[in-house]
Design a protein around this ligand. Structure first.
Ligand SMILES: [Zn+2]
Ligand SMILES: [Zn+2]
Length: 152
């Protein structure tokens, strides 16, 4: 699915900057930080860092990408799993607990590559959830990716 289709299916308006940033994230084989996205878009001088920041916020807000906490508290951005119901579904009321926000991330300690693991989800005891208002869930698993392991 192209960046343009993802934005249109979500009922949103694609702009040049939105498409450029979303394509950059979609083309990467791992989550990208803001400086990495800037670097990859540096050939397209029409987008300054503020524009790219704003677009990243917009993409995150609309759940087209999600933020992952990386090293040194720097966020990394990864494409969200497309929700095929998003065109018809009302705005997610429990966005925090939607599928995009409670999966786990594998972090390679060597190269910093981040991979989404949608199969691993937290299962909360209902009494705890009733008492505590969860606003975000961030499960991080550290290890060594296959590429880095094969270098040894
Ligand atoms: Zn690695
Ligand atoms: Zn993820």
């Amino acid at each position: 699915m192209s960046a343009q289709e993802r934005i249109i299916i979500a009922g949103l308006r694609p702009t040049k900057a939105r498409l450029a940033v979303l394509n950059t994230i979609a083309d990467a084989d791992s989550a990208l930080s803001h400086p990495e996205i800037l670097e990859r878009l540096s050939t397209q001088k029409e987008f300054d860092r503020v524009t790219i920041y704003r677009v990243l916020d917009w993409l995150t807000e609309h759940d087209l990408v999600h933020k992952i906490s990386g090293e040194n508290r720097a966020w990394k951005f990864q494409l969200s799993q497309q929700k095929f119901t998003s065109a018809t579904a009302p705005k997610a009321t429990s966005a925090v607990l939607s599928n995009n926000h409670h999966h786990a991330h594998l972090h390679c300690k060597v190269c910093g590559k981040v991979t989404c693991v949608h199969e691993l989800e937290p299962h909360f005891p209902a009494p705890l959830l009733a008492q505590y208002q969860v606003t975000s869930i961030d499960i991080n698993i550290k290890g060594v990716c296959a590429d880095c392991a094969s270098l040894k």
